[in-house]
Design a protein around this ligand. Structure first.
Ligand code: GLU
Length: 412
């Protein structure tokens, strides 16, 4: 079994070795301070179901590090949510915000639940109970939740509303809100757009031309990434999600696929595209894994045909798979860079909430792309100078920033 947190911390340990932390920061306990989160909150939420009985849920909020600012990270609703997954996701948030220079630390929350098995009223009760229990631990200057897998603007609205029952109204307590409640234009599409932006930078660098793309995952990230590719005239030949995968060498009509998926709940059966086995190994030049962690593994990495991968999901590639891809010469734009668009626009939302002045969508996108391109350029430059992978370079930049802040702050 792959332990997702051990994989995540392993990357931090390799980075510390490479940057010679043991010698440079003797006695500072950098690895221990990254391994053990600042605070782990694990609790129960009991909810009354619409037809009478009670149901008990396992809930988490892990505040990994606030060395660079208030904790920031989404809330995941999924049956596979457990402490190790939330810890890994929180650690990745710390890395991501440091890499793209946001004034935040990292955290993550989750509830072990399949939201599709609850009614809307039951879900609302669950979200409100979750916030009620965390009311002292979250806040616009403490810890700012956002959407992740299984949650969206609707849940963020309930979080905001529940929080303001107990504390001063503060819109910046949560990001990813509906526009009417202080959400930012472009937040919903931001992660998908960001993945495409990072991919375009890498493709340009590699001199790729007339390339085709495949997208794994058709949720908020994968769907918006696929739509963005389609709009840019880049042929999306493969799309897959948990229900199945489809392929068309001529390119798939993505807006049509979105409608088909909304109507039928699946991708297969879409006219003009054939069912296929696994989108990860399909014939394409660029692959965007936008589903979840551990989808590119030692057994399928061997058969990846893409020359470039941009990770929309958090942790889609295991360390073993990463080594195989590197050997094959596949360029991987790592998750903490490629999917940072979501938290970047979350930051813009928080800034807009504080100012009470709201930006046009073009301004949001322009600032998003500028920030991502700058981060990409720094990562690319570091990778070239040290002859290391983009992932390793991204971790070097993030860790260096975190450690400098730790030292400046003293013993926390
Ligand atoms: N859940 C998203 C992520 O993994 C967004 C987090 C945020 O906007 O704070 O990056």
């Amino acid at each position: 079994m792959v332990n997702v947190f051990e994989n995540a911390i392993g990357m931090v340990e390799r980075t510390a070795d490479l940057l010679d932390f043991e010698r440079r920061f003797k006695g500072m306990q950098i690895i221990e301070r990254m391994r053990i989160p600042d605070k782990t909150i694990e609790f129960r939420a009991t909810v009354q179901l619409d037809n009478g009985p009670l149901k008990v849920f396992h809930c988490y909020r892990i505040q990994h590090s606030d060395v660079l600012g208030p904790y920031k990270g989404g809330i995941r609703f999924h049956t596979d949510v457990d402490i190790d997954e939330v810890k890994a996701l929180a650690l990745w948030m710390t890395m991501k915000t440091a890499l793209v220079e946001l004034p935040y630390g990292g955290s993550k929350g989750g509830i072990t639940v399949n939201p599709k098995t609850l009614t809307v009223t039951e879900l609302e009760r669950l979200v409100r109970k979750y916030v009620f229990r965390l009311v002292n631990d979250i806040g616009p200057n403490i810890d700012i939740p956002a959407p992740d897998m299984g949650t969206g603007a609707r849940e963020m609205a309930w979080i905001f509303d529940e929080y303001r029952k107990h504390r001063d109204a503060a819109q910046g307590v949560v990001t990813g809100k509906p526009i009417e409640l202080g959400g930012s234009l472009g937040r919903m599409e931001a992660t998908g757009r960001g993945v495409v932006c990072a991919m375009l930078e890498a493709a340009k660098n590699m001199g790729l031309r007339d390339y085709t793309a495949a997208v794994q995952g058709f949720g908020n990230v994968g769907m918006h990434a696929a739509l963005d590719l389609h709009q840019r005239g880049i042929k999306v030949v493969g799309v897959g999600d948990i229900t199945g995968s489809v392929y068309s060498a001529q390119g798939i009509d993505i807006p049509g696929l979105v409608l088909h998926q909304k109507k039928t709940g699946r991708l297969e059966g879409f006219p003009g595209a054939d069912p296929m086995e696994d989108v990860v190994t399909c014939k394409c030049d660029v692959l965007l894994p936008c589903a979840r962690e551990n989808t590119i593994l030692a057994d399928n990495a061997e058969f990846v045909q893409a020359k470039l991968i941009a990770e929309g999901a958090n942790g889609p590639t295991t360390p073993e798979a990463d080594a195989i891809l590197e050997k094959k010469g596949v360029v991987v734009v790592p998750d903490i860079l490629a999917n940072a668009g979501g938290v970047i626009v979350s930051y813009f939302e928080w800034v807009q909430n504080r100012e009470g002045f709201y930006w046009e969508e073009e301004d949001v996108n322009a600032r998003l792309f500028a920030r991502l391109r700058k981060a990409y350029a720094r990562v690319k430059d570091m990778a070239g100078r040290r002859r290391i992978s983009l992932r390793q370079a991204a971790y070097c930049i993030a860790m260096e920033r975190i450690v400098q802040a730790m030292i400046a702050r003293g013993v926390q």
